[in-house]
Structure formats: structure tokens, C-alpha cells
Design a protein around this ligand. Structure first.
Ligand code: 9WO
Length: 258
């Protein structure tokens, strides 16, 4: 791997088998095979000493549910660190929101350790002592941090140069430009077609025209328009060029919404 960017992920989790979803499928699966990233899985249960391999206990102060014990988590984190673990990130709804900027920052690191909680959470002293940063993928509660960790891995791995196929490019993606994607179409040209269909929809004619500059401008206009309609917060955070301003005004006039 000559000078290539390689990220070593380590994940501390009670459910290591869940991570087959990122190691065996799609872009992240292929990138793992290519050696663009690696994954170390560390199960806190393997770091227990009692016969029951206990990893949880009841919360002080009472209340429903169980918490993850600090000790097995710390030992798993120690093992990850000895393997070159890097920064420790705890996935939780209390964290700062993961966004494109954060994804790019993580993509620039050599190693990242993701800590996945289960049950009703983790002993706060472990978080204080060993977690460098807390990240959330959105304002909802999951059954554990694993799916959030996999979402993070997927988003980061696709930014490693070479992870996406030749014609694809992470640079052209939505959010890189700070805009939502434009509508996209593939064959057939009219769908659905036939008697009894209430609506038959034709692919926008500009996309069939072969006029590359018109296509580029139509796509940019649609991206601007959709971002304005669905995510005005993104548009407010982005400077518009003269050209973009004109295209957005065109979209707004045609939509009759402005
Ligand atoms: C469980 C719970 C039960 C009753 C009342 C409040 C409660 N909160 C939780 C809770 O937050 N459980 C978490 C489960 C403990 C840490 C790991 N879990 C988790 C992580 N759920 N959701 C995430 C998560 C991570 C990143 N981004 C979004 C959600």
C-alpha cells in the first residue's frame, strides 16, 4: 500500500458479529479486502473473570434496566490501545452530531476506537476516564451503539481514496458541495407505462438531450431547489455564487412557493 491512506478501526462491543454488515458487504466490504482499512473487534465479555462473564449491573439509585460495568470495558479498551487504538469515541445520543466535516476529520486519522454501549448505558466514570469524544448520528435512541458505529465506519471508509469505484467520486457527493442530491433517473424513459396507470412519468427531457452544460445547470438548479425546500438550514450555511443565486430564483419562481 504505497503511501496510501489506511485507517485502523477498533470497536469495543458485546456484539462483534453485527459488524459483518460492514466487513462483508458493499463498498466497505470491498475496501476491507483491498486493505484500505482494518477492523479489530474487542468483546468486554472476554475480559471478565467471573464464571458468569458478567458485563452489567444495576444502577445505583435504582430505576429500571442495567448499566455496563466499567472494569470489563476498560480492559477491552486497554487491549484495543495496545493494538494501536487511537482516539476513543463513544457513540451515544448525548454526543455531538456526526456530520460531513467530522467524517472527513476521522478519515484523516490513522486509528479510531469506537466504544459501543448497550442496556441503559455505561458507568459515567469509564466515560470520564477513557472516552476522548462522544458522537451521535441523530436524535433517537437505538438498542446500542453498534449501528451508529457501523454508520460511522461506512461514512468514513467511503472517503478513503480508492474506496469508491473509478467513475464514482466522493468529491461529487451530496454534502461535499453542501447541497442535497438532485433527482436521478435511469431506464426506461417512460415508467410506469400501460393501460390503467394513473400517472406515467417521463424522464426530464434535458437529461435526454445530450447537452452537457444544460444538464449540469439543471442538476445544480434541482439540487439548490431541493435544499431550499427541504433543508433551508444547509442553504443558510452556504455561500451562493451569482450563477447559483439565479438558478435558485428560477426554481423558486417555477415552484410558486417563494
Ligand atoms: C436507554 C434508555 C431507557 C430508558 C430511558 C432512557 C434511556 N436511554 C437509553 C439509552 O440511551 N441507551 C443507550 C443505548 C446507552 C448507550 C448505547 N445505546 C445507544 C446508543 N442508543 N442509541 C445510541 C446512539 C448512538 C449514536 N447516535 C444515536 C444513538
Amino acid at each position: 500500500m504505497a503511501g496510501g491512506l489506511v485507517i485502523r478501526f477498533h470497536v469495543v462491543t458485546l456484539f462483534p458479529e453485527m459488524f459483518a454488515a460492514v466487513t462483508h458487504s458493499g463498498i466497505s466490504g470491498r475496501a476491507l479486502e483491498t486493505g484500505l482499512w482494518s477492523l479489530g473487534l474487542w468483546n468486554p465479555r472476554d475480559f471478565t473473570k467471573d464464571n458468569y462473564r458478567t458485563v452489567d449491573d444495576r444502577p445505583y439509585g435504582g430505576g429500571p434496566g442495567m448499566l455496563m460495568l466499567a472494569e470489563p470495558l476498560e480492559k477491552a479498551l486497554d487491549a484495543a490501545r495496545e493494538a494501536g487504538g487511537g482516539r476513543v469515541i463513544y457513540l451515544s445520543p448525548q454526543g455531538k452530531r456526526l456530520d460531513h466535516e467530522k467524517v472527513m476529520e476521522l478519515a484523516g486519522r490513522e486509528a479510531v476506537t469506537l466504544l459501543c454501549g448497550r442496556y441503559e448505558g455505561v458507568d459515567e466514570r469509564l466515560i470520564r476516564r477513557r472516552v476522548d469524544e462522544e458522537l451521535s448520528i441523530g436524535d433517537y435512541v437505538l438498542s446500542g451503539g453498534e449501528i451508529a458505529a457501523m454508520a460511522t465506519i461506512d461514512a468514513v471508509v467511503r472517503q478513503i481514496p480508492g474506496a469508491l469505484g473509478g467513475e464514482q467520486s466522493a468529491i461529487e457527493e451530496s454534502f461535499v458541495q453542501g447541497l442535497l442530491d438532485c433527482p436521478q433517473y435511469t431506464r426506461p424513459e417512460i415508467w410506469p407505462e400501460g393501460a390503467g396507470e394513473k400517472v406515467t412519468a417521463q424522464v426530464p427531457s434535458v437529461l435526454m438531450s445530450g447537452h452537457h452544460e444544460n444538464i449540469r445547470r439543471w442538476r445544480l438548479k434541482q439540487a439548490l431547489g431541493r435544499t431550499w425546500q427541504r433543508r433551508p438550514d444547509l442553504l443558510a450555511a452556504r455561500k451562493l455564487s451569482e450563477d447559483e443565486r439565479t438558478l435558485l430564483e428560477e426554481f423558486q419562481r417555477e415552484s410558486g412557493e417563494s
